[in-house]
Design a protein around this ligand. Sequence first.
Ligand code: AHR
Ligand code: AHR
Length: 481
Amino acid sequence: AGTCDIYASGNTPCIAAHSTTRALYSAYTGALYQVQRGSDGTTVNISPLSAGGVANASAQDKFCASTTCLITAIYDQSGRGNHLKQAPPGAFHGPEADGHDNLASAIGAPVTLNGQKAYGVFISPGTGYSNNAASGTAIGDEPQGMYAVLDGTHYNDGCCFDYGNAEISSTDTGNGHMEAIYYGDNTIWGSGAGSGPWLMADLENGLFSGLSPSNNPSNPSLSYRFFSAIVKGAPNLWALRGGNAASGSLSTYYSGARPSVSGYNPMSKEGAIILGIGGDNSNGAQGTFYEGVMTSGYPTDATENAVQANIVAAKYATSSLTSGTALTVGSSISLRATTPGYTTRYITHTGSAVNTQVVSSSSTTALKQQASWTVRAGLANSACFSFESVDTPGSFIRHAAFGLTLSTNDGTKLVSEDATFCPQTSLNGQGSSIRSWSYPTRYFRHYENVLYIASNGGVHTFDSATSFNNDVSWVITAGFA
Ligand code: AHR
Ligand code: AHR
């Protein structure tokens, strides 16, 4: 059975079922999601390999070979048409030119399920999906349940990495107008034990970790790589439950009365669906979504426990984030441009500026050192890499406002993440393309001989689609120094 078959037998059927990794009904054979490729703008739907099965990730890989791909739709498997698409501007505007949010890279969150490759939805700040005209979702004080499988190690303190019920206007219409799963370490509203991240419920103008609208020490900090998150709500009743999505059972972090603050009892749910953003299209948060559903009715704990067993049986596991030229931690490398007319230029730094310069064996020792980088395990994720300056030990290539700079490693989460890159087989067939871990739509790119993390056809000048594949492809050699 799929998780939605389990909810149906508990008389709390799914009214929305989203997953890029697998079918959530044993009989489902339809499309799971849609990707659009950068080379020609065409789209393809990705379906399960078999009824009820894992997504056909190799169909995506084939379609996206030698170009970039974005996830343009996450289809609703419930039959109600509650698909998730690029979120429109709300009270807050997204980074796209017309105020829409960004779309997720199709390759930011590779995993395996029972050994078969699949991709999750890697949400960087600025990315969001929604459906403001959903049908069958809970309205007002109607009961609902939700679960989502998330990457418990991918989060931040921005507002708000959510999945669930929100405003149909993408604006804040008041307390109780949302009821969504939240995951992260935002402390503006509620918090739990330790320093987070926590599972909380976004009920609008508040992230709730339990009965108190502020701190609830019985709500634990979480660190599962794969996390099963549950939020459910009914008249004057709601619960937070969670557990390791790769093994074991669920714990109940809170179950009881609605917050005593005014506006949350009764609730005023509006029934839109959001993913990766707050109810007002706040889009500063990050996280990874693999699968999730919303139900009609308040599921029993027993139903959810069976759903958790089904998730565990799907056997989520990590998969390689890198490909292309193999890198050895501790070695020194240089990276040569492959764009015709620029092939004598290497990635160098001039002070804190990261750029390209013409470098050769007869260059000065100083320039050779500026063009040489020590490969380190990724500061934020050891499955990827960081690049430390040979002539300025302790300083790493990082992105900030999408430009690359040389920066000391101050040990903060943001700098570590900004300095973590996942090389992959290059887009033009020469060498490797160096993908940002935290913004996987973006790659090391030279533009007017200055280095950026660029997306293929994005809003910045340096995102230009012209020459993109060449500009993001680098031949990696032994370091000059
Ligand atoms: O409830 C927390 C956040 O507050 C909501 O997601 C957003 O709509 C508002 O800014
Ligand atoms: O480069 C994009 C973002 O810009 C980085 O994550 C952050 O450090 C800066 O604000």
